[in-house]
Every structure is written in C-alpha cells, then in structure tokens.
Design a protein around this ligand. Structure first.
Ligand code: MG
Length: 372
C-alpha cells in the first residue's frame, strides 16, 4: 500500500513512519511532505525513497535520486500514484490537502481534525461526490468507527467521546490563572505535539472532536457527549437504542488508530494487549465545562456552522502559539477566541478560498488583540 503522508515531521507523522517500519511488507511511502523541517524530511527520504517529497514552507531539501521535489502548487500533486492519503499536517493548513485527496477518490486517513472542524461541509460534499473513503485517525473517532463495526450506516443513539481531562482537570479557576505552557505540556496520558497538547488542556480539542464526530457520523450535536476518563483506556463509546453500549479499549498509543485507518477492516499486529488485572479500575467524571470555556466556545461555533468554526480555529491557532511563547496567560486563550467569534460575522460556506480568507482575517484580528 502506497501512502502519501502530509505532515511527516510532526508527532503523528513520526508515528506513521514507525508503523511503516514495522510492516515493510504492507506499506511504503509514495510521497512525504513536511512543514519546514528540512533535516527530518531528508532523513525520512533517505530511508524510504518516496516518489515525491517537499516542504510546505518551500525550503531547500537534498533528496535521493529518484525522489522528485514538489514546490508551491505542485505539493498538491503529492497524491499521484498513492493508494491512501494520510493527512497529518497541523491546523487549517491541512484542509486543502484533504480536499485534493478527496478529488482523487483515494482513501483518506484523516489525522488533521481541522479539515472537518473548519471544512466539514466542503470535505463531506467532496467525499460524497468523488466516492472516497474517509477514515478517522483521531483515537476517539477510530474507537467509534470500530464500535460501529466500521459501518457508518449503523443506527446508534449516542456517541460518547472520552477525554483524559488534560493536565489541569483538577485545578481550580484561580489556579488556572497562573499555569504556564510548560505545565500544560506535561500531558498525563498521551504524548502529542505542542498545539494539540494545549488544546487538550483547554478542552478545545474535545470541542473540536465533537464537531469532527458530527461530520464523520452525521450525528446531531445533541447526540454527542464527552466524559472525562483520566486513564485514557476507553477511547470512546457508542450507545444504541436498547441501552447497549460498545467501546474500544487499549493503551493510549496512536499507532493502533494510524495502522487501522490504513488497513481496516483488516487488522495487523500492533500494540500490546491490555492487562485488565493490572488496570484494576477505570473512572469516569463529568466534563468540567465551566472551568474550561473553550469547550463551549467550540460547540457554539460548531452549532452556528458556516465560517464560525474557521474563525474559532484561526483565533485558537494564534492564541495558543502566543501562550506557548509565554506572551499571554491560559485564560486569555478563551477570551481571544470569544472576541474573534463576536467580531467576525458568520457566513455560509461556499468555497475553500472563502474559508482561506476568513482564516486570514480571523488571524489578523486575533494578532491585533494580542500584539497591538
Ligand atoms: Mg483525539
């Protein structure tokens, strides 16, 4: 199976490479596209010899003979000859790739949740039009997909997403005023990139995942819930009309959802089996929405629909990077997002270009709040 991997040097990208290393008879890379890290792209190309490679930043890269460098608009040709597109680029930047992969009609293994948060209408329309298979890599949505026996037409009554609660679950509102980026980056159960780790601390990530579930499983918002599950062993649950509930359990390791998105309904050996006895007990708590306003902001933007989630995400990308740089405090992330949602009017979605303009406008607005 030939994989075109978009976002090869991030946390997910590196784990995709591990999966390919572990199953060389099943997988290879037809394309490797990175962000701006030339050294890691070069190392991956020397190891895997893809047909195409490139950097979104357009930087110089030294590639082995036989690997063609893609630049600028050419990057969207990364899917030529691929069997599956694995979209692991971070943020809004992943959306054009997801749409192009959909046009090619190949399977999309989607790790970029912003493609659905911001572009849910465009992506689902393209997936339908070109008849491609959109498979979640996000662990919660992979769990739902498995609990639905890989059939999106299975009738269900509720989707229940689990959340680790992040590093600040137990802190009071007062304590949250003074937490730092270093505190937020110490996630209790999952090892992830910095942006999603902060989004997990603010619960914005869980809000995104509700929107993601809404598009993937065509579920109304009132049928999607989130609960805190600090052990991160139950990856999500589906409940049915008769009260039955099905879940997928496993140790927190992204390799399983990555691999399954590539091979489903087949399963290959992957991570070690759960040791139930040593786990002993699993816990569930209500989501502390009042302490973490980003969750409700995401849900209201999701319900408003149109361009609102794109505004939400653009403001969040700016605010989170400012928080990571120590420029703003933790509670300010939600305030910046809220202000952007109030300032920029919601529009119906008609094109990628419109979303790109909305994204740029919301970024400028959020930057003016933080830096002016
Ligand atoms: Mg997730």
């Amino acid at each position: 199976m030939k994989i075109a991997l978009i976002g090869c040097s991030g946390s997910i990208g590196r784990q995709v490479a591990e999966v390919v290393r572990e199953h060389p008879a099943h997988f290879c890379f037809s394309a490797l596209i990175g962000g701006k890290d030339a050294a890691s792209l070069e190392a991956l190309c020397a190891e895997f010899h893809p047909d195409f490679a490139g950097l979104a930043s357009g930087g110089e890269v030294h590639l082995p003979a036989g690997t063609r460098l893609l630049k600028g608009e050419e990057l969207l040709h990364a899917f030529d000859g691929a069997d599956v597109a694995l979209i692991a680029a971070g943020g809004f930047a992943g959306l054009p790739y997801t749409l192009r992969a959909a046009e090619r009609g190949i399977r999309i293994a989607l790790a970029n949740k912003e493609s659905l948060v911001c572009g849910g209408e465009l992506v689902t329309a393209a997936v339908k039009k070109f008849g491609c298979d959109l498979v979640p890599v996000d662990s919660e949505h992979s769990a739902l997909f498995q609990a639905l026996s890989f059939r999106r037409d299975t009738p269900f009554s509720k989707l229940i997403l689990t959340a680790s609660g992040g590093p600040f679950f137990k802190l009071s509102k007062e304590e949250l005023q003074t937490v730092t980026a270093a505190d937020a980056l110490r996630h209790p159960t999952w090892k992830m990139g910095p942006k999603i780790t902060i989004d997990s601390a603010t619960l914005l990530n869980k809000g995104y995942e509700v929107i993601e579930a809404r598009w993937l499983y065509d579920a109304p918002f009132e049928n999607i819930e989130a609960v805190v599950h600090p052990e991160s062993i139950v990856h999500s649950l589906v409940s049915f009309a008769d009260g039955a509930m099905l879940a997928q359990l496993g140790y927190p390791d992204m390799k399983l959802p990555i691999q399954l998105a590539l091979t489903y309904p087949e399963r290959l050996p992957c991570v070690k089996e759960l040791d139930l006895i040593s786990l002993g007990a699993l816990h569930f708590f209500p989501l502390p929405k009042e302490k973490f306003p980003c969750y409700s902001l995401a849900l209201s933007a999701g319900k408003a629909g149109g361009t609102a989630p794109t505004v939400l995400n653009a403001a969040a990308e700016i605010a989170v990077s400012a928080f990571l740089e120590g420029r703003i405090g933790f509670p300010r992330i939600a305030e910046v997002i809220d202000a952007a949602l109030q300032q920029l009017p919601r529009e119906d979605v008609c094109s990628l270009e419109q979303l790109q303009e909305t994204d740029a406008r919301a970024r400028r607005f959020a930057q003016s709040l933080i830096y002016d």
